[in-house]
Design a protein around this ligand. Structure first.
Ligand code: 2HA
Ligand code: ZN
Length: 258
């Protein structure tokens, strides 16, 4: 592939796509990934966009002016992406107002069906001067399953449960996840709610759908989801063995945070 500067990023996307598939979180074309690659392309590589035509972004995001995002393509399967990354990725270069983008490869597949969420969250990350550049959305089964249980459909109850299932959960994810009540996938409603939630939490849990995580890197975003899913798995394992999980005590949690 001609874009040398992206080799490391592509390798991370490939590894993560494989991990998502192996976790069982990426049935069919489930999930999508994006990363802000502004500044990584050479002047010569930027020439790749010169003959492309502008298309409108689903939502105007002025902080995204002149930014460049790499995103997974609509309909792409994580298990295929792991084998042939460039068949399932596209690069989007925004115009100077954050209203339009040019796509490379221009004749490739459209960007992810969750583009609204990806652009609004990247826009908010820029606006808040965050060091985070990567977003991973996946159908993490164990975490989705929790949202099928009414008593866990709140940010407070979810985090309390997840933190009490394993000591490292509160250590690595002290801000926990943010719960987002059900929204239709791919809409501006889910995009706005997600961007707001991700200002306070590294992960948003979409009721009955999946999770989306931010990170300085794609690997960091994946790790955060993986830690939370591990706690959920412990909870369900104990429950399915017919026992009530004891959980860490408040004192033990406080001790970890001191
Ligand atoms: O990319 O997961 O939420 C397919 C999806 C939509
Ligand atoms: Zn999804």
């Amino acid at each position: 592939m001609e874009i040398q500067a992206l080799e490391k990023t592509i390798a991370e996307i490939t590894d993560t796509a494989r991990n998502l598939w192996e976790k069982g979180w990426a049935e069919r074309n489930a999930g999508n990934i994006s990363v802000n690659i502004t500044g990584l392309l050479s002047a010569q590589e930027l020439e790749l966009f010169s003959n492309s035509t502008f298309r409108p972004l689903p939502i105007t995001c002025s902080p995204l002016a002149d930014q460049i995002l790499m995103v997974t393509s609509a309909g792409s399967r994580m298990r295929d992406l792991a084998k042939n990354p460039w068949d399932h990725l596209c690069i989007l270069k925004m115009d100077a107002s954050g209203t339009y983008f040019k796509q490379w490869p221009e004749k490739g597949r459209d960007p992810t069906s969750e583009l609204s969420t990806h652009v609004v969250v990247h826009s908010t990350l820029i606006q808040t001067k965050s060091a985070k550049k990567a977003l991973v959305h996946t159908h993490a089964t164990e975490l989705i399953a929790l949202t099928q249980i009414g008593e866990f459909c709140s940010t407070g109850s979810l985090n309390h449960l997840l933190w009490t299932m394993h000591p490292e959960t509160i250590l690595f994810v002290p801000k926990g996840l943010g719960f987002i009540p059900y929204e239709i996938p791919g809409t501006s409603g889910i995009a706005d709610a997600t961007a707001k939630t991700l200002e306070d939490h590294p992960v948003a849990l979409w009721e009955k759908h999946g999770v989306i995580a931010t990170g300085k890197s794609i690997t960091e975003a994946f790790d955060t989801i993986d830690i939370l899913a591990k706690s959920a798995r412990i909870f369900f394992l104990v429950k399915s063995a017919g026992y009530e999980p004891e959980g860490l005590t408040e004192e033990q949690l406080n001790e970890l945070m001191s």
